[in-house]
Design a protein. Structure first.
Length: 279
């Protein structure tokens, strides 16, 4: 069904601003952290005095696949920082926008559960709860197996999503209808959003009503509610070693992300971050 934001990439970026490239920086930092032992400096290399991480200009170039690439905003950052980027998304509008604004990368329309690109990558990313569009167990397994097939041995999967455990006794996102307004390019866009849990299907369902320029649109979507131990199990059975599974900090948490941040394993926060290595 129609999705107003993915049908309008420019409005999507205005609706979800990321001026400091927090999400892309998060990926770059965790890739550096969890592949640091594999990195061999050139003769004469000197560490930055304030960091234990190598300078971006002196890191090896890596092949990165972004699953659910959206507008390609993250890809633009990664390309500027030495990655060779490929992005896939189910939205043709998003892919066209991404290719136009980041011609240095490659983009394609593809389903995360079925993609087959005929090549391998050093890193695969899946951000902003995109993996939770795999509603059924077999869909999640298919996605993880596709990632395994497309990663080189030792390659990293970096995923970020809502945390199902957050909703155990916590209703702060479920109690009210949230309203939001955006003025963009001479128009005003308003939305009303409500969330509820479908316990039988283990889904967080969303209904969002849009109003702009006298027109209205109601759209419905849902995310799988995955719990930390579930995600760990699925990753393990699909051929990954889980290097880190944490709730905070991250690119969309209240606690700001930092490259050398201590990773919380309380699992009570509303986001879940998975760093896994292909066996």
């Amino acid at each position: 069904m129609r999705n107003f934001l993915t049908d309008n990439p420019e409005i999507y970026e205005a609706w979800f601003p990321d001026p400091h490239h927090t999400a892309a920086t998060f990926v770059d930092d965790v890739v550096t952290r969890f592949t640091e032992f594999q990195w061999k400096p050139d003769p004469g290399f000197q560490w930055k005095s304030e960091s234990r991480f190598p300078l971006k200009s002196q890191r090896p170039s890596r092949d990165l696949l972004d699953v659910g690439c959206g507008t390609g905003r993250d890809a633009r950052y990664w390309v500027r920082n030495g990655y060779r980027v490929t992005g896939i998304d189910t939205s043709a509008d998003m892919v066209a926008h991404a290719q136009q604004h980041c011609p240095e990368a490659e983009f394609a329309v593809a389903d995360m559960r079925e993609f087959s690109l005929g090549r391998e990558f050093d890193v695969i990313t899946c951000l902003d709860s995109a993996l939770l569009y795999c509603h059924r167990n077999e869909e999640l397994v298919s996605f993880l197996r596709r990632c395994h097939e497309h990663l080189r041995p030792g390659g990293l999967l970096v995923a970020e999503a809502r945390n199902g455990a957050f909703f155990l006794g916590n209703t702060e996102l479920l109690d009210t209808t949230s309203e939001r307004e955006l003025s963009y390019d001479g128009s005003t866009y308003r939305s009303w959003t409500r969330l509820w849990i479908d316990h039988a299907e283990q889904l967080l369902r969303r209904e969002r009503a849009w109003q702009h320029d006298g027109s209205e649109l109601v759209q419905r979507s849902a995310w799988r509610l995955l719990f930390p131990q579930e995600l760990r199990h699925f990753a393990d059975t699909c051929g990954f070693d889980v290097l880190a599974l944490f709730d905070e900090p991250g690119p969309r948490t209240d606690s700001p992300w930092q490259a050398d941040a201590e990773l919380s394993e309380r699992m009570s926060g509303d986001r879940l971050h998975l760093i896994a290595r292909r066996r």
